[in-house]
Design a protein around this ligand. Sequence first.
Ligand code: AMP
Ligand code: ZN
Ligand code: FE
Ligand code: FE
Length: 285
Amino acid sequence: MSVDLHTHTTFSDGTLTPEQLIEKADYQRLTAVAITDHDEIGALKYLNTLNSDKNVIVVNGAEFSIDVDLKGNAHLHMLGLFLDIENDELNNVLIKLKNARRERAYTIIQKLKEQGIPITKQEIDDVIGLGSAGRPHIARLLIQKKIVSNVWEAFSKYLSKGKPAYVSKQKLPLKDAIKLIHDAHGLAILAHPISLKHRRYKDTDVFLRELKYIGLDGVEAYYATHSPKFTKFLKESAARYSLLVSGGSDFHGKVKPDTELGIGKGNLDVPDDIYFSLKEAAQHK
Ligand code: AMP
Ligand code: ZN
Ligand code: FE
Ligand code: FE
């Protein structure tokens, strides 16, 4: 029996609605699934308005982009898990981030216009819907308009850092994100450490120790693109610094067609125990 504690819905840049995601998780007999949209908890609020007959446990989460100085396209994402989604400060910060994301999308289409690619604000608003805007939304429009043939091409030609339509996004300082998550009674979990692009495991180990010191609760050791060796190393490192262990696929539906819910690239398997240990820890927050 397994869980998936990192997924996205249509409330950010995933392509399944919250109901579709829950239905799929239930069908795959996952014990628990965390919805962790980028800067967004709308999917969780929406699910609370429904009467679900599904067995799968839904964990309230969100994924924050952190403002740290890293080399090249390395990046730091922080997951908040077991969040109190009614927390005022959390809601205030998310509204600001969400507005900034939409403004960023408008700036991106301005830049695309300079490249001779017309996309209207209305088209952006329609593809984003109620949720938070991300570059994959723009990629989808570029595919629809047959300007590129897939998401990868959209990023490598236009949207990635260094490309003509790149616009940076508003990010939270590390300590602010951890405090925000803790004030909302959640656990701060370092997402996909692979994206830190450290050259050596030792660098990641040192980094985890430093993050623990400023309040990190856990690390996403199990992840779709982590090798078994890297996962093993992260679990050992987590044990060394009394960090919790989490795991998830980062499922986005059709945006990442090669990443499947629960199983990632095919061999991800996050045991139920991971969920129960996190839940237990969250009860003390
Ligand atoms: P944003 O939050 O707008 O910066 O967009 C980040 C999202 O874009 C990530 O969650 C990924 O799903 C996706 N993404 C980033 N880089 C790429 C890439 N090179 N190819 C495909 N998807 C990407
Ligand atoms: Zn995403
Ligand atoms: Fe991420
Ligand atoms: Fe993610």
